[in-house]
Design a protein around this ligand. Structure first.
Ligand code: 173
Length: 327
């Protein structure tokens, strides 16, 4: 009897000891975050995020690791990625605001920023965008990538003037208000459907940044690029807020430093933009430029149509965003 009692006490003691030790270790334990990209793996708009993951995994041993589940339509529909990080189906996402306007209509304004993310972080403007992501996307906004990468209109037929009547164009929310204002019929698709839509003549062109046209072979089905570009691409790294809040101060600090490093890669963009434009030219994509007056109309329509849309869908936060992001 006594020996049984002793035995169970000893087991209890051992259990407490083990649990205690285990939970002490758990406090400092490495966490693994599950991450997805809304863009296809190893394509331009996943590439910097993939470099970020490599760096985190190399420098974050014992602290934070990231398990990359993958990107593009392979893992989930790109337009579902915002919802997945909001629900905690994934812990981290690489995604453009254009893919989560259903949850956060204000995200459509992010492309309109005339200030770099470094500038916005310094002047406090970023705080507002940060809070919107907490409220509407249940996410911590870790980093903004691709400042200074303009979008362009790519076409299979030549146009002489900024008049898109009769053209069916592939869009996301980035281009929708602008191309519609110039008379086009917009057709929304994710990037994975662009090639087929062009090949089959379902669309006469598409919106896309200056970078990444070659990733999915679109040079084969693209004849023209309209210059100049407009807006600025934005692809954001978001972390599910509940997951973020459970990280230790050290883990948060580490990820924030890595996020800043990721944002510093934005300075590579002028060089990459020039390389990609040259590569498009070699690939046979001709540029279309309008008269100086028409160019002004083109750019003014881009800006005005997009801000009008933002103010329409977000009458409460739109004016503040315009104040923060415009120069
Ligand atoms: O799919 C898109 O054209 C789009 O909206 C986008 C946004 C940021 C980077 C690349 C593409």
């Amino acid at each position: 009897m006594t020996s049984t009692r002793h035995k169970s006490l000893a087991i209890l003691f051992l259990a407490v000891l083990l649990t205690g030790t285990w939970s002490l270790r758990a406090g400092a334990q490495e966490v693994t975050l599950r991450a997805v990209s809304a863009f296809a793996e190893r394509t331009r708009f996943s590439a910097n995020f993939e470099r970020f993951i490599e760096k985190v995994n190399a420098e974050g041993k014992g602290e934070v690791q990231i398990r990359y589940i993958g990107g593009g339509g392979k893992v989930m529909n790109p337009f579902e990625v915002g919802n997945a990080v909001r629900n905690g189906v994934v812990d981290m996402a690489n995604v453009t605001g254009a893919f989560y306007t259903n949850l956060m209509p204000e995200a459509d304004a992010l492309k309109l920023s005339e200030r770099s993310i470094q500038e916005l972080r310094k002047n406090g403007g970023f705080e507002f965008i940060h809070r919107l992501h907490e409220q509407k996307l249940n996410s911590y906004f870790l980093a903004r990538q691709f400042d200074g990468v303009p979008f362009h209109l790519y076409l299979t037929r030549k146009i002489e003037r900024p008049d898109l009547k009769g053209l069916k164009l592939r869009v996301t929310p980035v281009y929708q208000a602008f191309f519609s204002a110039l008379g086009a019929t917009p057709i929304r698709t994710d990037p994975g459907e662009v090639y087929t839509a062009l090949e089959r003549g379902v669309v006469d062109g598409y919106g896309w940044p200056i970078q990444g046209v070659f990733d999915l072979g679109w040079q084969e089905v693209t004849q023209y690029r309209v210059d100049p570009g407009f807006y600025s691409a934005e692809v954001n790294v978001l972390v599910n807020l509940n997951r973020w809040n459970r990280l230790s101060a050290a883990q948060k600090g580490f990820l924030n430093r890595m996020g800043e490093w990721l944002e510093s890669l934005n300075q590579e963009n002028p060089r990459i933009n020039a390389e990609e434009a040259a590569r498009q030219q070699r690939g046979g994509i001709e540029t279309i430029t309008f008269s100086p007056e028409d160019t002004l109309v083109y750019l003014k329509t881009a800006r005005d149509a997009a801000w009008a849309r933002v103010l329409e869908v977000s009458p409460d936060n739109g004016p503040k965003l315009k104040e923060i992001l415009s120069k």
